[in-house]
Design a protein. Structure first.
Length: 153
């Protein structure tokens, strides 16, 4: 799958979530958590066989087959439990929260993340995907400076 097609797929779903009140920043944050979990799973398998430190009960495979409230509850548990871990893992998930309140849409995002083998994508490709999403994010104009009214003496 090309970088542009991944950006299009991920962005297309972002607009769906926006209609449900999930902001762009929140969507990117959730996407980052989910891609991290998916990549940790990919790195834990051959040929990499790395130990990432995510307990098996919170690893990617526990998410991808759940649906409905069970998925949402488990995802919230994963975020909370990983936030409590020491080291880099805990730092990554510090103050993490589920912002995708519709379990059906959360399942779709999980499915979308699961369709891509993220580890085989080069760092440049992942950077281009992230930059592509940031470029599509609407710019919020800075507020105009408040005018200070002064009364003449």
């Amino acid at each position: 799958m090309s970088t542009d097609s991944i950006i299009s797929k991920v962005w297309g779903f972002c607009t769906t979530l926006r209609d449900d009140g999930v902001g762009y920043g929140d969507y990117l944050e959730q996407l980052t958590y989910l891609i991290f979990l998916k990549m940790a799973d990919e790195y834990s398998r051959p040929p990499h066989n790395r130990t990432i430190g995510i307990p098996a009960k919170y690893a990617w495979p526990t998410l991808k087959n759940l649906k409905g409230a069970e998925l949402e509850t488990h995802y919230v548990t994963i975020l909370r439990e990983l936030a409590g871990k020491s080291g880099m893992l805990g730092q990554i998930f510090t103050k993490s929260q589920n912002k995708i309140q519709d379990p059906a849409k959360l399942a779709r995002v999980v499915g979308m993340v699961d369709e891509t083998e993220w580890v085989v994508l080069g760092a440049d490709t992942k950077g281009a995907i992230y930059e592509g999403l940031l470029e599509k994010t609407p710019r919020i104009p800075s507020p105009a400076p408040a005018s200070i009214s002064r009364r003449a003496p």
